[in-house]
Design a protein around this ligand. Structure first.
Ligand SMILES: [Zn+2]
Ligand SMILES: [Zn+2]
Length: 344
């Protein structure tokens, strides 16, 4: 009996081998009638954001293949884009960011990893927003972080005198920095009006004088030497302000009396942050500090007090400038000492 069962099994096994052998397959078992049991799907053509894909799956029993189409999702954000990143560096006035865009379609994710504009003055939770007594506006920051330790009254109007001096000085030093320029700090410029008419001075000397006095005759000398006319030079100065992003807040005329025009405290602060990034202007600022002025026992790197606006800066051993703008006719005279001692 046992022998018979064995023979039957061997016979059955042979039948299976014969049945499969005809197709050149290696199945060892008759698959018979069955419900297909499908395994994983595999990509034949992966779908992209613009093309549908195809996937294939096989029955685990008979290996029958079934292909499916994978549609492109309707939601454009959910599609399978092929992203690549373009880093857009910040400019003086505009923030920088990473632009992530699809190389296959037009889909763009803008402004990830945003970096502030290069001369933006930044606030955070630690920024003090209450002004000391007698002060109507105050900004305090440094050239390493641009973070404001004090920010009060930034949008308030202040005397445009300092903004005018900074605007012209920045226009001149931009020309000095320009590739291919013939202008150097040692270039001689002949004044065309005023006390110094007919005399020649270096650009450096005239910048020193301009920062300290805002003398119209110096502006005229620069205008004739650089642009040949006052109008063209005024346009150059306006373009410089626009590049820095403060043209809407600052109206100054290099050839008009100093008190004419308008400026906000914040825009003046942005111009100052930019100017402190120019070594030649820092030189001019320190040259313009009146001899007896001391802040926290030291000669400041900058001290200008005109028209109810006082600006000052102290340079650290690491070469960083901490700067302060104070507006208000009644600002206590020793306030710079107190405020700089706290940060230096
Ligand atoms: Zn099957
Ligand atoms: Zn795409």
């Amino acid at each position: 009996m046992r022998k018979l069962r064995c023979i039957t099994l061997i016979l059955l096994f042979s039948l299976v081998l014969v049945a499969c052998g005809g197709e050149g397959d290696t199945y060892l078992y008759d698959t018979g009638a069955h419900t297909h049991v499908y395994g994983n799907r595999y990509d034949v053509t992966p779908e992209t954001c613009i093309c549908e894909g195809t996937q294939i799956r096989y029955c685990k029993i008979c290996h029958q293949a079934v292909t499916d189409t994978v549609a492109v999702p309707e939601d454009i954000a959910a599609r399978k884009h092929a992203f690549s990143d373009t880093v857009v560096a910040p400019t003086e006035a505009e923030e920088g960011y990473t632009k992530r865009s699809c190389t296959l379609c037009e889909y763009v994710i803008e402004r990830t990893d945003v970096i502030p504009a290069r001369y933006a003055l930044l606030t955070d939770a630690a920024t003090k927003t209450e002004a000391p007594n007698g002060v109507s506006g105050i900004l305090m920051s440094d050239t390493a972080t641009h973070k404001l330790s004090y920010s009060v009254g930034g949008e308030g109007a202040v005397s445009p005198v300092i903004a005018r001096r900074l605007a012209v000085a920045l226009a001149i030093t931009e020309e000095l920095e320009r590739q291919g320029t013939a202008l150097t700090p040692e270039t001689l410029i002949t004044l065309v009006s005023g006390m110094g008419e007919g005399n020649s001075y270096t650009v450096r000397e005239l910048l020193y004088e301009w920062v300290a006095s805002g003398d119209i005759d110096v502006a005229r000398g620069f205008a004739m030497a650089l642009d040949g006319s006052e109008a063209a030079f005024a346009a150059r100065v306006a373009a410089r302000l626009e590049k820095l992003g403060v043209l809407a807040q600052v109206t100054v005329d290099p050839f008009a009396p100093e008190a004419q025009g308008a400026a906000t405290l914040h825009a003046t602060g942005v111009m100052l942050a930019r100017a402190l990034d120019v070594p030649l202007l820092c030189e001019a600022f320190s040259n313009a500090v009146p001899g007896l002025v001391r802040i926290a026992g030291k000669k400041p790197a900058l001290y200008l007090s005109v028209g109810g606006l006082r600006i000052s800066a102290m340079k650290t051993d690491a070469g960083v400038y901490h700067f302060l703008l104070l507006s208000g006719e009644n600002a206590p005279s020793n306030l710079e000492n107190t405020l700089f001692l706290a940060v230096l």
